[in-house]
Design a protein around this ligand. Structure first.
Ligand code: SAH
Ligand code: F3S
Length: 465
């Protein structure tokens, strides 16, 4: 009765929450399995950001509910954003649920599972669905355990929860609550523990990381709390690379730009959501910056780190988006030359201001705009990767590729790279000479210092090294 499978939908934050729940359950004597058919307990950690994500999880729950009717001992729970967003209304559709847990109660899951299992053994009353969707002060500090079963070369670290912005399309402030930061010391301790267990790269997670701690932690030497945190993590021995996601253009100040000059471990890759290239649309989205301001940040970052890679989030088909607005987004796309982008078709989220705005955009138009940007992205990404052919990149070896005999890793610019290697190199930084590229992947061979002198010389001349 104690094999648990957690299926995760949505963003890195959800992945991180699932991992922390898994680690807490393991500490409680549960075993984590990676196939739902091996499990006595299935927990779905859900996403609400677009309707499709909710529909997927609801479909899955319906399917698992059938299994529950055949196997009465089987336990089924929903956690996370959709639980928070839809609340007990979900029980009308999914009456077979044993557990419904919101985004501030992940740490309570082991207790609840114990309780459900005890009741099955006749040690307590058979409970109705256990529901906990409450807010809890300090819940941001409970996402800290990691599963250390395999060496995790690259790890996520949650530094804060929630969001205080009011983007008119977005459900996240409702599902995740207001912004709450973890203390610097606790985050640094977690990173030190990760480093001791073999982690070499950390990605700091938050809805708006650059507003980290701004109410709780004072500015020091003109440095924001987030930059103070980055500086502390730079000092952690064993950590070779630092990344973060996502910053917001508002509050992307010179101290953070300078961090890319001063902190050697901070990788030259920034995911900076822009959402639209039209000031008119940005205004209706309640994104309080202009395209011009966004471009200034990009320019400042390229000045700090010439090889900088940029990625972004874009929504096409926001209510009232005209062809001219969309063309402005295309122009911005070309101007920045985004190396990577997540392009979303606007999805109506009930209860958000944009849901009731006039001029909702037809599905076909969203689809066409989406395809157009995807093609653009592919072209830009391939062109960028072509510039890497023949060069030498620093790659952190993360493990075996999913298929075949090659190993996989990432460059500092977050490009995925495949190459022949060895198990003993997992967790190490190696140099790889890039021989072939696709829009999404670099292929190459490792080079040893001094062997490929011509290439080493080229590497020396590359600004990103
Ligand atoms: N905290 C992040 C955003 C979190 S949501 C930030 O820095 O802005 C992740 C992305 O989902 C958003 O950037 C947005 O592009 C997309 N998104 C959010 N709500 C959406 C909706 N209703 N329809 C389509 N895409 C949406
Ligand atoms: Fe959502 Fe905007 Fe916050 S996209 S998460 S409300 S910054």
């Amino acid at each position: 009765m104690n094999r648990v499978y957690i299926k995760t939908y949505g963003c890195q934050m959800n992945e991180r929450d699932s991992e922390a729940v898994g680690a807490m359950l393991r500490n409680r004597g549960y075993s984590m399995v990676y196939d739902e058919f091996d499990a006595d307990v299935v927990l779905l950690n859900t996403c609400s950001v677009r309707d499709k994500a909710e529909q997927k999880a609801i479909g899955k729950t319906g399917y698992l509910a059938k299994r529950k009717r055949q196997e009465p001992g089987f336990i089924l729970g929903i956690m996370g954003c959709m639980a928070q967003n839809r609340g007990i209304e979900l029980l009308d559709r999914l009456p077979d649920l044993d557990l419904l847990v919101g985004t501030q109660k992940f740490h309570a899951v082991p207790d609840y599972l114990d309780r459900i299992i005890a009741s099955r053994k006749g040690l307590g009353p058979r409970p109705a669905t256990l529901v906990d969707l409450e807010a809890e002060e300090g819940s941001q500090n409970t996402i800290r355990e990691h599963l250390h079963q395999e060496r995790k070369v690259s790890a996520y670290v949650s530094i804060m929860q929630g969001c205080n912005m009011h983007c008119t399309f977005c459900i996240v402030p409702k599902t995740r609550g207001p912004e709450r930061a973890r203390p610097i010391t606790e985050i640094v301790e977690e990173v030190e523990e990760l480093a001791a267990s073999g982690t070499r790269e950390v990605t700091l997670l938050g809805q708006i990381v650059n507003s980290y701690g701004r109410r709780e932690i004072p500015i020091r030497n003109r440095k924001s709390p987030f930059v103070q945190l980055l500086e502390k993590i730079q000092e952690v021995k064993g950590i070779e690379r630092i990344r973060f996601t996502s910053p917001h253009p508002v509050g992307f100040k010179p101290d953070l730009v300078d961090a890319f000059r001063n902190l050697s471990k901070l990788c030259e890759y920034v995911h900076l959501p822009v959402q639209s290239g039209s000031n008119r649309v940005l205004k209706r989205m309640n994104r309080p910056y202009s395209v011009e301001r966004y471009l200034k940040i990009v320019e400042a970052l390229r000045d700090a780190a010439p090889g900088m890679y940029f990625s972004t989030d874009i929504i096409v088909g926001f209510p009232g988006e005209t062809e001219a607005d969309f063309r402005a987004t295309c122009r911005l796309f070309d101007e920045v030359a985004f190396d990577m982008a997540y392009i979303f078709k606007y999805s109506t989220r009930s209860g958000t201001p944009a849901a009731t705005m006039p001029d909702q955009i037809p599905r076909e138009v969203k689809e066409r705009r989406n395809q157009h940007l995807l093609r653009k992205l592919e072209g830009i990404s391939l062109a960028r990767n072509k510039t890497l052919e023949g060069t030498i990149e620093e790659v952190l070896v993360e493990g075996k590729a999913r298929h075949g005999d090659l190993y996989r890793g990432r460059t500092r610019g977050y490009r995925s790279c495949l190459f022949p290697a060895h198990d003993r190199l997992v967790g190490q930084l190696v140099k790889v000479k890039i021989s072939r590229v696709t829009p999404s992947t670099l292929y190459g061979q490792m080079v040893l210092k001094g062997v490929d002198t011509e290439a080493v010389e080229r590497m020396r001349l590359q600004p990103s090294f």
